[in-house]
Design a protein around this ligand. Structure first.
Ligand SMILES: Nc1ncnc2c1ncn2[C@@H]1O[C@H](COP(=O)(O)OP(=O)(O)OP(=O)(O)O)[C@@H](O)[C@H]1O
Length: 204
């Protein structure tokens, strides 16, 4: 028997710019899940992740985490949910190391080195992010996944700009996370080679 859901989306109705993006959407997320949100450009995939993270409000419907209602409550979700947005969200004037220390002030040097090593970024430790390529910047953003203690990851287009090696590294990290009881909801336009996902489709 499946254990109880730790995230429940109930009757969600999202409206943006006077357009209905999803109406009466409901689903559960369980430990070990990889949920892939599919849909054309503009279908509302990023908006759905933002609603789940508490960054924007739905018109109607509720989000429950661990049985508690957390709709619109970004603060209460911070310890449980890691949201990585569509843009990399890194500080371009800082170095790679400074970015990681800014994300995770309590990170130890060995944790920081392991995360950068996993992503092939160790040699770029002291480089300013504004000197890096798009794929390298995406890797810096993704390094948070190697430092994260949160159980639920919301990843908006995490594979964008990654080469085949980077895609493989990220898929492996997601598999490790779900195997240890975490869950991931992600948006992507690409086929996932080794991840077994449940798909949720949004339509225009
Ligand atoms: N800040 C905003 N204010 C008003 N409308 C917005 C805002 N952000 C997005 N929208 C609208 O919401 C709709 C859905 O956008 P969203 O970014 O969620 O789609 P998406 O499925 O993630 O698209 P893509 O595949 O292009 O990333 C679009 O029509 C968009 O114009």
């Amino acid at each position: 028997m499946q254990s109880s859901a730790f995230l429940t989306i109930s009757d969600l109705w999202i409206e943006r710019g006077e357009r209905d993006l999803c109406k009466r959407l409901s689903f559960d997320v369980f430990s070990g899940d990889v949920l892939r949100i599919l849909g054309e450009n503009g279908a509302g995939k990023s908006s759905l992740l933002k609603v789940i993270s508490g960054a924007i409000s739905p018109l109607e419907g509720k989000v429950f985490y661990g049985g508690q209602e957390v709709t619109n409550d970004r603060h209460s979700l911070q310890e449980s949910i890691l949201y990585l947005g569509h843009s990399a969200g890194v500080k371009k004037v800082l170095t790679v190391e400074e970015n990681l220390r800014w994300y995770c002030p309590s990170v130890s040097s060995s944790e920081l080195h392991s995360a950068l090593e996993a992503l092939g970024l160790l040699s770029l430790l002291d480089s300013s992010v504004n000197t890096l390529s798009a794929g390298q910047i995406r890797r810096v953003a993704l390094s948070r996944l190697w430092l994260s203690k949160q159980k639920l990851w919301l990843l908006d287009e995490p594979f964008s700009s990654l080469d085949a090696e980077g895609v493989g590294i990220l898929e492996k990290r997601i598999m490790q996370h779900t195997a240890s009881g975490g869950a991931v909801i992600l948006t992507t336009h690409q086929d996932l080679l080794s991840l077994h996902s449940r798909d949720i489709s949004l339509s225009l």
